[in-house]
Design a binder for this molecule. Sequence first.
Ligand code: BGC
Length: 710
Amino acid sequence: MLSYAQCIGYPDDTGFHSPVFRKKFTLPKRAKKATLIITSLGTYYATINGKRVGNFILAPGCTSIERVQSQTYDIKDLLSLENTIEVTLSKGWFAGRLNSRNREERGVNYEALLCLLEIDCGDGLKLTIPSDQSWECALSKITFSDIYDGEHFDATYEPTFRHCVLKEFPCYIEDQQGEIIKEQETIFAHKIFKTPKGETVIDFNQNLTGYFEVFANAKAGDKISFSFAEVLDKDGNFYNENYRSAKSEFIYTCHDGLNVYKPKLTFFGFRYIRVNSFPCDVTLDSVKAIVVHSDMERTGYLNSSSPLLNKLFSNIIWGQKGNFLDIPTDCPQRDERMGWTGDAQVFIRTASYNYNVNKFFTKWIEDMCFDQNPDGSIPFIIPQFWSYSGGSAAWSDAITICPYQLYLTYGNKKVLKRTLPCMIKYVDHIGKITKTKYLWQGCWHFGDWLGLDAPAGSYEGSSNKDFIASVYYYYSTALTAKAIKIAKASGYKKYRELADKILAKIKETYKEYKTQTECALALYFGVTDNKKAVAKQLAKMIKDNGTRLQTGFVGTPYLLHALSENGYCELAYDLLLQEEFPSWLYSVKQGATTIWEHWDGVNDKGEFWSKDMNSFNHYAYGSVADWVYTVACGIKTVEEKPGFEEIIIAPKPTKKLNHLSAKIETVNGTVSSAWYKEGDSFRYEIEIPTKATVIIGDKAYNLTKGKYVF
Ligand code: BGC
């Protein structure tokens, strides 16, 4: 339908001043039906007669630069006889500072609007109002807007309207595919205090992503100015150097009287707001935080007898909420906020239990297919907002791992079928660029990113990158073969045999492992024939290190699995429950309310790791929840009966905890598994929605829907 509309823009370069587009129209009588179909380059905020259209924050969302989504809203109730539609745009994801590819390479650095109103007044009276050159435009009261740098709003500014111009619309338009981003919850200010430097800071007691609503009595021209931070420094001062070049600022010029305002076209990652200026006394009621994320349904719950562990579970959930804004981002605050593929693939299993992310990931996987490079490589960020990136093992493998997880958790075969050609192209590409047949050798990779065994001054853990790459080559090839089979496509034998050859070659080439990550990968992916010895070696390395891990982004998700699958479940629990640095609970004890990017984001003297790359809201290490769901509580999917159509429940309790439980609202109903320490044994409470094999100790029970106690 949007083909009837013309793409309109502001005549001059707007810089980062948001333009607004307006059309006035009169209806002959009340509308019986009315819809607005709309999309834009940049993000839009639409109103009709001053009332907001829909509740999609930062619409039309964040997609590959090759495509945009369009939305359709029922607007009947917003209409009267005399009407004004206004649409304010900002450069957003499409042409904002984060998108150097559009801005610099493609030169598409403007905002533009494409929309169509269809109104049916009954009795054959129908009106269509497309965006076209009859619309007026002006620079709006949003005098500055950027995802990284924040928003400035001038309530005293009077826009001067003029005619708009036609613009080119250089992307495909597709119907809304993902979940919309919505306001989800309100967090009230927890306390206001003066820092040692004398600055006024509001603490929300939770690191979160979104924006806020501010209330202030003022005189016209008074200023409100806020800066944002996730943490305080060791002296208790406001600290946001880790946002790097992202200014993340809010500056508001007041009108006379009560000012009530929420930023419209950007978001912030913060726990603290520094009040740089405010026209009246700041109280706990002056500002409330609004949490914003994709509208995913919460499905997973973990609970235990340990308050620290429960806080970790909560931090994992907040990490997901804070980073799932239409794409899975690395972090929501600094000058990145990118769809890092490695982070997403290590976290997707946890993510898919915590929330229903079927639609969310299906859309992002589609972006990945759009952004696959012509040679078959998968960029390390999706959407590819930076110039060409050829990818890296463990990052690019998101193309096979993510669709396969949607198949396992939700039984989604469609996404597998859709992605299959991209998976094949990716695996074939590795075969072409590797320096050694049946391995992935001689190429650049991130390696075990942020592993603690990194050489001084490096981000890259010391695990052998060619080994990591070869293991992922094997894994992606094996998943591709499985996907072919499920999709009933041709080529199964070819990719299954290729996977076998890669496996054999890895076994022949890599017989010794020198890091925790190398051992964990060898065990988890079964690329060693010597599991017993490797598990023993891994256990020794961990114990020699004071029962502490050293793994980075690649090794961490598999570490506990590698231990518990090979006879060292208690050691896995020791790592999970370790409170000293480095560990999950170390950050909890340091007061974390989300998951940190670094094990040593803050050291025990309160000093920061570095200002260059130190996010306090980076979900990747939250992937440990997957071990709690699937091993500690034992809820496992069955590959042949995905979507929890059949389930295996094999809890592995420990006496180190009195209680642990997991519950997942699956597409086939509720599954839960809880255990309680009772004297020298355990009581298990299990709920099954369909068919399950429950394994308690060495006994297996084939059960059907119901609640059971053992
Ligand atoms: C991001 C990561 C990402 C990494 C790549 C970082 O800057 O924040 O999460 O995976 O780069 O190595």
